[in-house]
Design a protein around this ligand. Structure first.
Ligand SMILES: *Cc1c(COP(=O)(O)O)cnc(C)c1O
Length: 346
């Protein structure tokens, strides 16, 4: 017997979305961006490739923090960079929730919070949603250590109103982490709450809206005391040299960023209305994906039909989600091909 900790033996481990080896799929299953990263990002990475790689990177990712700070209107002491936002979610649990202590999140939302809690040995509590997307059984005071609110929600795509998030922050004894992986595709965000509420942390990723899933870049915005704590916990060289220059270039090129986001939002609105014409129920989305259910409520059948036509979407076996599909927004052409396939499948 290998003497593993019992929680590690018992946990299943997170199952990421399928990444096929073949490149001829229309890939709409992991919410990646269909457009390439900014040309400025490619040049910055190319310029960094060379002799400098002998040297360790700058440990604090200072230039990237400054760029993100300028962009969002925060002093860099309020910003921490991460090797994917998954890293900072992990470190938030390590910083705030000890073994046997509780964290909470909405079900359905991002199930990776549970995996991270299991590694830490923290307990998990989930809150369900009403059909109108209100949280069921939210106590007047929530006394767990962390509450993760995925906003916009994944995989459903709706958002909680800002006044509700402010109210939730007040009700939390512990930290409220607003996971804004998709906020760049939405009409608003919770950054102001970081200034007004001591216990609010906002996390962002460059994987989706900045087309950099392959670089592993994320960040968190929080009070300097929280950032200092997270700085103690992270790998001291968490962002390599290529990731640091990529982050600065990506955050700096707002014109390219906005162009991509505008296209994806337009595709989302058009695709949603076309799906409704086909009789699908589509949750109004503020993200770069839509959650849609076919008229017969058999998400798996549609998943199979699309799969056999080399179109990959996400089907969840969770009984709350099995009736539908989460479909990432590709290019307009990819979505037109998807609609054509859905018409054939019927
Ligand atoms: C994609 C995603 C993340 C992870 O982002 P990375 O920066 O790629 O680690 C975090 N939270 C949610 C809700 C996501 O969808």
């Amino acid at each position: 017997m290998i003497p593993l900790r019992s929680n590690i033996v018992e946990m299943k481990g997170y199952l990421p979305g399928f990444q096929p080896k073949e490149t001829d799929y229309i890939k709409l299953n992991t919410n990646e961006n269909p457009y390439p990263p900014s040309p400025a990002v490619i040049s910055a990475i190319q310029a960094e490739v060379g002799d400098s790689l002998r040297r360790y990177p700058e440990p604090a990712s200072t230039l990237a923090r400054e760029e993100a700070g300028r962009l969002h209107g925060f002093d860099p002491s309020w910003i921490i960079m991460a090797n994917g936002s998954d890293e900072v979610l992990n470190n938030l649990i390590r910083a705030f929730a000890g073994e046997g202590e509780e964290i909470a999140y909405i079900h359905p939302s991002y199930s990776y919070y549970a995996t991270l809690a299991e590694i830490q040995g923290a307990r998990v509590r989930t809150f369900g949603l009403t059909p109108g997307f209100e949280i069921i059984g939210l106590p007047q005071r929530y006394n767990g250590k962390l509450f993760f609110l995925t906003n916009p929600n994944a995989p459903l795509g709706f958002t909680f109103p800002l006044p509700f998030i402010a109210e939730l922050a007040k009700r939390c004894d512990g930290m409220l982490v607003v996971d804004e992986a998709y906020a760049d595709f939405a009409g608003g965000n919770a950054l102001d709450l970081v200034r007004t509420h001591d216990n609010v942390v906002v996390t962002r990723t460059l994987s989706k809206s900045y087309s950099l899933a392959g670089m592993r870049l994320g960040l968190a915005i929080a009070r300097p005391e929280v950032v200092e704590a997270l700085d103690k916990i992270r790998d001291h060289y968490n962002l390599d040299r290529l990731a640091q220059v990529a982050a600065v270039a990506a955050l700096h090129d707002q014109e390219y960023f906005r162009e991509c986001v505008v296209k994806i939002r337009a595709t989302r609105e058009w695709f949603s209305s076309e799906l409704r014409i086909l009789g699908y129920q589509v949750i109004p989305s503020q993200a770069n994906f839509v959650f849609a259910s076919p008229p017969d409520g058999n998400g798996h059948r549609i998943y199979q039909g699309l799969f056999s036509r080399k179109i990959l979407v996400r089907h969840f076996t969770d009984p709350l989600l099995a009736h539908g599909l989460r479909i990432s927004m590709g290019t307009r052409e990819e979505m037109a091909a998807t609609l054509e396939a859905l018409r054939e499948i019927g």
